[in-house]
Design a protein around this ligand. Structure first.
Ligand SMILES: [Zn+2]
Length: 105
């Protein structure tokens, strides 16, 4: 999908329409390895789970396709950032949409 590099948008800080540069933010977010993220191993341990015996339900489930969401998605949601050229304030898009690829021109 092709998008323009510069758009005219309303800037909340300047309180008027100004030119904004557009950028797609790459996801740098949390995963289970991070100690602060919710599903991380050490936080789960602190809640008193994942201890003792048993197979944690790993071997008593049916076929993988039955209970787990299977199939990889072909596209990712966009996370566009708009930066005001006058005050440098960055604003985030309201709702991401799915695309395979994004090009700015
Ligand atoms: Zn501004």
């Amino acid at each position: 999908m092709k998008l323009p590099k510069i758009v005219k948008r309303y800037c909340k800080k300047c309180k008027k329409h100004t030119e904004h540069s557009v950028k797609n933010q790459t996801f740098r977010g949390l995963n289970k390895k991070h100690t602060q993220s919710r599903g991380s191993q050490c936080r789960v341990r602190k809640r008193g789970l994942r201890r003792g015996f048993g197979n944690l339900g790993k071997f008593s489930r049916g076929a993988l396709g039955g209970w787990k969401m299977s199939g990889k998605k072909q596209s990712k949601k966009t996370d566009l950032r708009y930066q005001c050229k006058e005050c440098k304030k960055i604003s985030v898009q309201r709702k991401g949409f799915r695309t395979k690829k994004i090009e700015f021109k």
